[in-house]
Ligand binder design. Structure first.
Ligand SMILES: C[S@@+](CC[C@H](N)C(=O)[O-])C[C@H]1O[C@@H](n2cnc3c(N)ncnc32)[C@H](O)[C@@H]1O
Length: 207
């Protein structure tokens, strides 16, 4: 089958990309694994005993990194609306986070030490629609974190630079003792994605 021009550009970039090569060599399912490795190296958000939930986990690169960091005492919970091949020591929940939050009987509230979200909506090709969808996905992750984080827990969440960045940060700063944004080297320079790093959840009773 003949490739389109944009498929050719994507393929060329993939073949040259150092993080694609590294993830293949190390057996990670996605180059995204390196973003979490960088985040954890700098901010130490996950330790070997952390109870972790990974939102938007498929195909599983971040989940693999968390499992490697841990002593296997706690099972990591991974959730995605896309299926994922099993990862050792991980319980996978196949669901959309918006549905999960409506029927949240499965997980214990205010229990987890770390909530990770690398969730991203599919691109529609329309700038404003994409922006609105990205914001919706961010707020789903935020609601999840406010419900399930334990006191002093940490929240790491992808979001896309846009007009509501200031509001997002203002809100988050009220709930955590340390908040920063971070763009890992492994995040493509031309992508608007950035990661919110929020440490020390200090407000359990506002929702
Ligand atoms: C960039 S990928 C995550 C890559 C993953 N962190 C890794 O390292 O392999 C984004 C994922 O978010 C998921 N996602 C987006 N919106 C979602 C939602 N509302 N509920 C559950 N998963 C969602 C997508 O299905 C997709 O698998």
């Amino acid at each position: 089958m003949k490739r389109t021009n944009s498929q050719n550009i994507w393929l060329k970039r993939q073949n040259k990309d150092i993080f694609v090569k590294l993830s293949k060599a190390k057996g990670y399912r996605s180059r995204a694994a390196y973003k979490l490795i960088e985040i954890n190296k700098k901010f130490k958000i996950i330790n070997q005993n952390s109870k972790v939930v990974d939102l938007g986990a498929s195909p599983g690169g971040w989940t693999q990194v968390v499992v490697e960091l841990q002593n296997k005492k706690n099972q990591i919970i991974a959730i995605d609306k896309k299926k994922m091949e099993p990862v050792d020591n991980c319980k996978f929940i196949y669901n959309d986070i918006s549905d999960f939050l409506k029927h949240d009987e499965v997980l214990e509230r205010n229990y987890f030490d770390v909530i990770l979200s690398d969730m991203a909506p599919n691109s529609s090709g329309h700038r404003f629609t994409d922006q609105a969808n990205a914001e919706k996905v961010y707020y789903l992750a935020q609601s999840f974190a406010f419900k399930y984080l334990a006191k002093n827990g940490n929240f790491v969440c992808k979001f896309f630079r846009n007009s509501s960045e200031k509001t997002i940060l203002q809100n988050i700063k009220k709930r955590f003792s340390f908040v920063k944004t971070f763009k890992p080297n492994s995040s493509r320079k031309d992508s608007k994605e950035i990661y919110l790093i929020a440490i020390g959840f200090n407000n359990l009773h506002k929702d």
